[in-house]
Design a protein around this ligand. Structure first.
Ligand code: SF4
Length: 391
């Protein structure tokens, strides 16, 4: 277990220094919320138009979380900032008045289409080179969809419609409709589940599990926008890591996952899909890992920490769980370590940083420069972890 702990801590150390945050300060309508790029936290509950600053930032982050998938996170963020700034210049004040986005749907769709084309022409060649792919495959619309109307309504429209609907239901609380709703949940993890699955207000297929957890991370840790004072259920261990394919690749290649369960168990759960990846390699689908138990031995002290996390932080269990779920295991390692700066959020930021810059999705990742290479099985002892798998 020490080996895994050292790896997790090394990843969190990288994440602690990582600077890739959602570009809230680049949204011109929010410029005055920030001083030198730092959020002015003392004014979060000041009104800006019909909403509080806190509410507006959460509306923007919810949209960003939904969009933040696909091949190029920076490209997505650049596109979103450009679209939002141009729409605001044309008085489509989509976070202050979500209905504007739909009322002016011709302007909204044109703006998304034009900006996507611009970002694609600027970034696709470099992206193709880094990922050993072709520039024509660069597409930020998600699910390989190419239809702008579908993307605009499904991926932009649904997260914008939520605060609008909530405001309609509570006319007297329109200025804080989203944050009031989110904070009805007993923990950030429960909130992130409800964001997708609630039968009335859930975003359903418009948002993935990863995006829900990403939003929880930004709300609780990155921007600290929750008003909840409870450090357990709305604190640093109160939500799961938003695992995506970058994270899955790093965790597989380093040997982290194979130290928690056997390869056959990953195959059985379709986490490893044999010969289904690019070039006939094994495909890793980390999202299928949800709920999968750790089958290797775990020291009882670590298990006790894990139980406390499930019952008192995530609040997903009323009684102590009997098994450890793989996707939550790093919580226990980080909590046992006890450095309050090495959080779940830092761990996720580290995975993103390494996945984007070093552990690229092809046979020759940048292992020599990779800051966690001394902890990596793929680099040091079993190169097949790199050569035989793709995400
Ligand atoms: S050492 Fe290589 S394989 Fe291991 S995490 Fe870093 S880039 Fe990926």
């Amino acid at each position: 277990m020490n080996k895994l702990k050292n790896l997790v801590i090394a990843i969190a150390e990288i994440g602690r220094c990582s600077g890739l945050k959602p570009p809230a300060h680049e949204i011109k309508a929010f410029n005055h919320f920030f001083t030198d790029g730092v959020l002015d936290r003392s004014c979060l509950d000041d009104r800006d138009g019909g909403c509080t600053r806190r509410e507006l930032l959460l509306r923007m982050l919810l949209l960003n979380a939904v969009l933040d998938q696909g091949p190029d996170i920076e490209g997505v963020r650049e596109m979103m900032v450009d679209v939002v700034n141009n729409l605001y210049e044309r008085e489509v004040r989509m976070f202050h008045r979500p209905l504007d986005f739909f009322k002016e749907i011709n302007i909204s769709v044109d703006q998304i289409w034009n900006t996507h084309e611009k970002v694609k022409s600027n970034k696709s060649a470099k992206w193709a080179e880094d990922n050993q792919s072709t520039a024509s495959k660069y597409n930020l619309y998600m699910d390989n969809s190419k239809q702008t109307l579908n993307y605009a309504i499904f991926r932009w429209g649904v997260p914008l419609a939520l605060p609008y609907l909530l405001g309609k239901n509570h006319e007297n609380r329109q200025s804080t409709s989203l944050v009031d709703y989110l904070e009805t949940y007993s923990s950030a993890e429960k909130m992130s589940n409800g964001l997708k699955d609630d039968e009335k207000f859930g975003l359903g297929k418009a948002i993935g599990d990863k995006a829900c957890h990403l939003f929880a991370k930004w709300m609780v840790s990155t921007f600290r926008l929750t008003r909840k004072q409870d450090e357990s259920s709305w604190g640093e261990f109160s939500y799961e890591v938003p695992f995506d394919s970058n994270a899955g690749r790093v965790l597989w290649r380093t040997g982290y996952l194979s130290n928690l369960a056997n390869k056959d168990e990953f195959i059985k759960k379709d986490v490893v899909q044999q010969n289904k990846g690019k070039g006939g390699k094994h495909y890793i689908r980390v999202t299928n890992m949800r709920g999968m138990p750790v089958s290797k031995n775990v020291p009882s002290e670590l298990f006790d920490i894990y139980k406390d996390i499930c019952v008192n932080h995530l609040k997903t269990h009323k009684r102590e769980p009997k098994k450890i779920e793989i996707q939550r295991f790093q919580h226990a390692l980080l909590k046992q370590n006890g450095d309050e700066k090495l959080t779940v959020s830092a761990f996720d930021d580290g995975l993103i940083e390494i996945g984007r810059n070093y552990c690229l999705n092809h046979e020759n990742p940048r292992c020599t420069e990779c800051p966690i290479n001394q902890h990596c099985d793929g680099k040091n002892s079993d190169r097949s972890l790199i050569t035989d798998y793709r995400t």
